[in-house]
Write a protein that binds this ligand. Structure first.
Ligand SMILES: [Mg+2]
Length: 276
């Protein structure tokens, strides 16, 4: 079993055995990313759906122990994709939380927005200019706290395209006082606010004070959350930083993971056993 101080690899079997008593006692925070973890990656992100096994497991777990979904998706969209009573929903990489039927932005995001000299319409127009010569299948998604350029729909070679767009979008990010984040076939312009899945998870650990915590992710944006578990928190006896692998798994994720799960189906099966 991994101690919070170091990320040695453990077998999922061992994890389940160690975590089940703490889940049963309501003392384990079970947290997960959404896309590529609870829901398989699909070509069209608007069609992403939680695996039925994962959904049923979260429904059972939410009545027993703290459960959270921490995603880059907007909180309002997450609420539609994961409408499970009692599950804590944190969206936009920690920039907002779903509470009482509404998205509540982090105060740091609101403070940044008040002082921002631009707006997202200007950013979108500039991104569209950058994408003018891009191949078919590149898709822009506006979010309440960012703008994503998805490359998954491009049929041809994507590596060179992604590299070129990253250079151009980084330049654009600088011009607009934003930052560029890269994920699996997605480039995102985000506010330069100290919010991440890591700060979100740390906030949950501070607020809930569980004895154990699990976080499962599949992309670069999940690395801060896995690291937050690795650092160790007061009162946290057991921490499991899980990586779900698939095509395009970033190396940085594997470096910080204490266990590796081969696809969302394996994570769903592990959740089912935790909930059994
Ligand atoms: Mg993901």
């Amino acid at each position: 079993m991994a101690s919070p101080a170091r990320a040695a690899r453990v077998a999922p079997e061992e994890l389940v055995a160690a975590l089940r008593p703490l889940v049963a006692a309501g003392r384990c925070l079970v947290a997960s990313d959404f896309d590529g973890t609870l829901a398989p990656i699909v070509a069209d992100p608007t069609r992403a759906l939680m695996l039925p096994t994962a959904r049923r497991a979260l429904e059972r777990l939410a009545g027993r122990t703290p459960v959270a979904v921490v995603s880059g998706r907007p909180a309002a969209l997450l609420a539609r994709l994961c409408p499970i009573r009692g599950v804590i929903l944190i969206g936009s990489y920690g920039l907002e939380r779903w509470e009482d039927g509404a998205a509540r932005p982090d105060p740091r995001a609101l403070a940044w927005q008040r002082g921002w000299a631009h707006d997202w319409d200007q950013v979108e127009a500039a991104v569209e200019r950058v994408l003018a010569g891009a191949p078919e299948g590149v898709r822009v998604a506006r979010k309440p706290w960012g703008l994503a350029v998805h490359l998954r729909g491009v049929a041809g070679p994507r590596v060179a395209l992604e590299r070129r767009l990253a250079v151009e979008l980084r330049r654009l990010a600088q011009a607009f006082g934003l930052r560029l984040a890269r994920g699996r076939l997605v480039l995102e312009l985000l506010p330069p606010v100290r919010c991440s899945k890591g700060t979100a998870l740390a906030g949950l650990l501070d607020a809930l004070r569980p004895e154990a915590a699990v976080f499962c992710g599949d992309d670069r944006g999940d690395v801060p959350a896995l690291r937050a578990l690795g650092r160790g928190r007061a009162g946290l006896r057991l921490a499991a930083a899980l990586a779900v692998t698939g095509p395009e798994t970033p190396a940085a994720l594997l470096q910080v993971a204490s266990a590796v799960l081969a696809g969302p189906g394996v994570w769903a099966a592990l959740l089912r056993r935790l909930a059994a």
